[in-house]
Design a protein around this ligand. Structure first.
Ligand SMILES: Cc1cc2nc3c(=O)[nH]c(=O)nc-3n(C[C@H](O)[C@H](O)[C@H](O)COP(=O)(O)OP(=O)(O)OC[C@H]3O[C@@H](n4cnc5c(N)ncnc54)[C@H](O)[C@@H]3O)c2cc1C
Length: 254
């Protein structure tokens, strides 16, 4: 498991704290926002600037401004796979938790989900609608955005094979749709490496909802037996040596 560290100790160029680089975005940009409550580990210092954009247009304007002002930025999803340094983040942290990024739509055997949708909500909505596949992710905390970035998964399967397409903001902060043929998910990595993942469409298969829910329960029981669950648990901390060999298995065998 790769854990992402956020926090740059050095002040970013151009961030004079007297002159607010995000003056025109003050409605949704705060200063000195504590990040610890937003992370699983409840650790780390504040973000110099912290934004909760309400729409894609907010987000695009904000990121373009950050580039102009030479303020580095990081995305924060559910904060379950990040460690924030005690010194905090000298740049901008973007938290996409607004309703705009939290929508779930079911169309036939497809589900469209925004990046901020919690995985648990996505899995249970799919199960209730009698759509099978995503239940393999039962017990994995975090959001759709974080899960796509790191191809979240376990022995039961990963998110990657269910992604039909993903909508992202590219390096020019334009909205782009990336189709399945162009996507790659290997181990705990994906090639969705654009600055922002906005949403994804999942292709699932129809099945009796009760059967899907039963599978969810079974996976949850196995997960809880193998891994203590709660704020004291860090999940899998060690990086797997290869996609086929898990660090956990090697530790168990040692
Ligand atoms: C107890 C526990 C159990 C876990 N079990 C598993 C497991 O079984 N399998 C597994 O794969 N993982 C597991 N994890 C790790 C974690 O849950 C997953 O990696 C999860 O997918 C991270 O999602 P997040 O929303 O919390 O992302 P965050 O931790 O907030 O971010 C992770 C990375 O994704 C980036 N990111 C987040 N959202 C976006 C976005 N919208 N656009 C672009 N980049 C974005 C962030 O910048 C960061 O680099 C576990 C963690 C814990 C604490």
């Amino acid at each position: 498991m790769r854990r992402f560290v956020i926090g740059n100790v050095r002040s970013p160029v151009g961030v004079g704290r007297l002159q607010h680089p995000f003056q025109e975005f003050r409605e949704f940009v705060a200063e000195d926002q504590p990040l610890a409550p937003l992370t699983w580990f409840r650790l780390g210092g504040p973000a110099a600037y912290f934004a909760k954009p309400r729409t894609v247009d907010d987000l695009r304007g904000l990121l373009r401004r950050a580039v102009e002002a030479e303020v580095p930025f990081k995305l924060l999803g559910g904060g379950t796979n990040v460690l924030v340094r005690d010194e905090g983040v000298a740049g901008l942290v973007v938290h996409m938790e607004s309703p705009f990024f939290s929508d779930v739509k079911i169309e036939g055997e497809r589900i469209l989900a925004g990046a901020a949708v919690p995985l648990t909500a996505l899995i249970s909505q799919a199960a209730r609608a009698g759509l099978a596949g995503l239940e393999v992710l039962t017990g994995i905390p975090g959001t759709v955005g974080g899960a796509l970035r790191g191809n979240a998964g376990s022995r039961q399967g990963a998110i990657g094979p269910f992604v039909g397409r993903a909508t992202v903001l590219d390096a020019s902060y334009e909205v782009q749709v990336r189709e399945r043929d162009d996507l790659s998910f290997v181990g705990r990595e994906s090639n969705l490496d654009e600055p922002v993942i906005l949403s994804a469409e999942f292709e699932l298969s129809a099945e009796d909802p009760e059967a899907v829910v039963r599978r969810m329960r079974r996976i949850w029981i196995v997960k809880k037996e193998n891994q203590p669950y709660g704020h004291q648990s860090a999940g899998c901390v060690f990086k797997n040596p290869s996609p086929d060999v898990s660090a956990g298995t090697l530790i168990d065998q040692a």
